[in-house]
Design a protein around this ligand. Structure first.
Ligand SMILES: [Zn+2]
Length: 70
């Protein structure tokens, strides 16, 4: 039976790629104003997203999946 706490299929896929998870977690970090450094694109005029962003949340779930397997 599925419930709301079940990890998303994307997170399950990511958990097979530890280096990608590491890279995402390293890039998507908050700045002093709690905005994601990884999601903003300086020089393009795109707005920074509030942290934690969706990508970080997915990567964090994948990291926990990895940790639970080791
Ligand atoms: Zn981000």
């Amino acid at each position: 039976m599925r419930d709301a706490t079940e990890p998303s299929p994307v997170a399950v896929q990511l958990a097979r790629m530890p280096r990608v998870v590491e890279t995402l977690l390293a890039q998507h970090v908050p700045d002093a104003g709690s905005r994601c450094r990884g999601c903003g694109l300086p020089g393009t005029g795109s707005a920074y997203l509030r942290w934690p962003c969706s990508l970080w949340l997915i990567a964090d779930t994948a990291r926990r999946l990895l940790a639970s397997r080791n």
